[in-house]
Design a protein around this ligand. Structure first.
Ligand code: A3P
Length: 314
């Protein structure tokens, strides 16, 4: 207490400029911190969140690596958690007017560094993060805080291809992320470590961390939404099931529906990234149209090596 916002920012900047710098993940300069390569622009937000974020027992934090299904998870969780106030089939639903990224903000968002860090949001709060588990605010991780974490995991080859095309399209760079040694350099990476941390925690404390997979969600969307609702503490009632509420949420948040909305075709989010860049193809396995079998085999080799003896596989 007692420290002004300016003080926090100044201290964070001082530390940030001394961290190892990586510029091969165009257009984001990355800084190495806690064993991960994090976008420089989010580091003040990370510091502010760790210093000042106060978790509530009803908080739900959606965690993901960029390009692994963040937008979809935000839409599904938002629609599920807020279905009493906003019935999914209602014309006035917020997701019909605002993009999922504006409905669910990032914990480490630099935009909130100087204000009250989500304190004014009503409970239950829904927030998101691309931070690795180990760097989350301690209060969020503590059993005693009661707040819950949902992680979405995706096939690394699809994440890589999605990232590469996203940076080219949304951010207007000529090249996507380039090769870091024999491993692709992606913001918030290494990816395998990001996944492993959340996966290990979901095994240790399944009531604290729900681990979802993009591929399973594309195959069985409704049953995954039921799982999500139960985990968030708001399971669907028999009446809601009879009324088709879970399916209505799935329909509202489907790739084709979200992408067709005016806000997602022509709008931009608070970070000035065009909303349409978050909707590309939305399927599992599209990497095969971009990576040669040799490239895929090379990536598999790197990942198998990193996952060895972890007990986890994609
Ligand atoms: P592709 O590039 O493979 O199509 P993120 O939201 O984490 O940035 O991830 C973006 C990826 O999720 C993109 O993958 C995008 O098309 C896909 N996606 C976005 N909305 C989706 C939805 N409603 N359902 C399924 N996939 C979706």
């Amino acid at each position: 207490g007692g420290q002004g916002n300016g003080g926090v920012t100044a201290i964070a900047e001082l530390t940030i400029s001394s961290l190892p710098l990586e510029t091969r993940c165009a257009p984001f300069p990355l800084r190495q911190h806690g064993g991960f390569w994090l976008p420089e622009t989010f580091l003040p937000g990370l510091e502010a969140a760790r210093a000042r974020f106060e978790p509530r027992p009803s908080d739900v934090l959606l965690a993901s690596f960029p390009k692994s299904g963040t937008t979809w998870l935000k839409a599904l969780a938002f629609a599920t958690l807020n279905r009493a106030a906003y019935p999914p089939s209602g014309e006035g639903h917020p997701l019909r007017r605002r993009g999922p990224h504006d409905c669910v903000q990032f914990l480490e968002s630099a935009l909130v560094v100087s204000d009250d860090m989500f304190a004014s949001l009503p409970s239950p709060r829904l927030l998101s993060t691309h931070l690795p588990y180990s760097l989350l605010p301690e209060g969020v991780k503590a059993d005693s805080s009661g707040c819950r974490i949902v992680y979405i995991c995706r096939d690394p080859k699809d994440v890589l291809v999605s990232w590469w095309l996203f940076t080219k399209k949304a951010l207007g760079t000529q090249d996507g992320p380039t090769n870091g040694g024999n491993k692709p350099m992606l913001s918030n990476g290494p990816y395998w470590r990001h996944v492993l941390e959340y996966w290990a925690e979901s095994k240790r404390r399944p009531q604290k961390v729900l681990f979802l997979r993009y591929e399973e969600m594309t195959r069985e969307t409704t049953s995954n939404v039921r799982k999500l609702a139960e985990f968030m503490g708001c399971p669907f009632s028999g009446e809601e099931e009879a009324d088709g509420v879970p399916d209505a949420i799935v329909g509202l948040c489907s790739f084709d529906h979200l992408r067709s909305l005016e806000v997602n075709r022509n709008g931009a989010n608070d970070f000035n990234i065009k909303n349409d860049s978050f909707y590309r193809k939305g399927v599992a396995g599209d990497w095969a149209n971009y990576l040669s079998p040799e490239m895929a085999a090379q990536l598999d080799l790197v990942i198998d090596d990193e996952l060895r003896s972890s007990g986890f596989s994609f």
